[in-house]
Design a protein around this ligand. Sequence first.
Ligand SMILES: Cc1cc2nc3c(=O)[nH]c(=O)nc-3n(C[C@H](O)[C@H](O)[C@H](O)COP(=O)(O)O)c2cc1C
Length: 392
Amino acid sequence: MRYLTGGESHGPCLTAIIEGLPAGLEIQASDLDRHLARRQHGFGRGGRMKIEKDRVEFLSGLRFGRTIGSPLTLQIKNRDWDNWRSLMAPEGSEPPEAVHLSRPRPGHADLAGGLKYNLEDLRLVLERSSARETAIRVAVGSVGRLLLENFGVRIYSHVAGIGPVEAAVNGTAIIGLAGMIEESPIHCADPDAGKKMVLEIEKARDEGDTLGGIIELVVTGLPPGLGSHVHWDRRLDGRLAAAIMSIQGIKGVEIGAGFKSAALRGSELHDPIVMEEGSGISRPSNRAGGLEGGITNGQPLIIRAAMKPIPTLASPLPSIDWKTGEQAAGATERSDVCAVPSAAVVAEAAAAWELASAFREKFGGDFMEEVEAACNFYMRHVKRRLRQEPGE
Ligand SMILES: Cc1cc2nc3c(=O)[nH]c(=O)nc-3n(C[C@H](O)[C@H](O)[C@H](O)COP(=O)(O)O)c2cc1C
């Protein structure tokens, strides 16, 4: 499966074209809108989210709520477009009232993008580098998620840290707390830590500053055997890390024990393989986080990602004026103070897409019943091998 997205932050809309979905997958706009709304919530977000109430529309590939095998085109209209029509017009000449963004913000693509594309107005970099693009990526990932949900896969996330505050609840323990996490303003499984996170964000906001944090994802119900050890670009650990690292502001991704594993001995880190009466071959621990050798091993997938603090600061860092070269303060824009809860929803979508792609590679098929038959056959084989039963 593959997809491309288009659209600027203050343009008319965001668009995506997805290719490779099996025919017969049931999709409703409300399935996607639910996750778009989750992306817009979270303590620490700024004024833009009050304007945008994201809704997806289907422009192709869907008839009467089912995919038909042709490219699925998704669109999310930018409600803010009305305020930007003249400044962001695709044609005509620039209006006299246009004000260029000329003080690149440290931590954003403004300076490097202006150099690369030889742009006078650095807003033209911001318009595409902005995390507004994550709205359409959430819509795309939610399609992958729907496919996986048909096969019992479930994706959970929470905020495991904001600035210096860390949650005491982690890993698969968050599964039973999913309802509470959705109610939490900071999307955290630990209510005490959640309250401290909110205070930390308020403090940063009052001081004109911003915060980052840690996201944790847990995925259950994945069959063993997604991804492959045979070539670097088929390894699912690398593919998941790239998908999540590509989210605006994410600076680190770890799977299972991740960076902590470097300090452990092999005998302390690796998960033993044991034969259990009744259930067969099993793994009593999951420090690998569900992936060994780039292949899912049937254990829950556990991924953590670090998000840097938001670069647009109310009290800006030193920068320069792009037109005069003189020292100046970085530009300020309407901005979030902390977007880690939203980034968690984006990371769910990025992981969902990559897992759905790996699922399609494993089971193939052009229509849902064909995918189901291949998956059922394989799962019977896996169960038989794990129980060491003779072949059919
Ligand atoms: C959901 C979400 C919302 C964000 N909101 C803002 C924002 O309002 N202002 C801002 O400066 N950066 C925001 N960011 C972060 C920037 O997009 C990010 O730091 C920037 O693209 C550079 O990141 P990079 O160095 O990882 O490419 C947001 C990121 C995400 C995922």
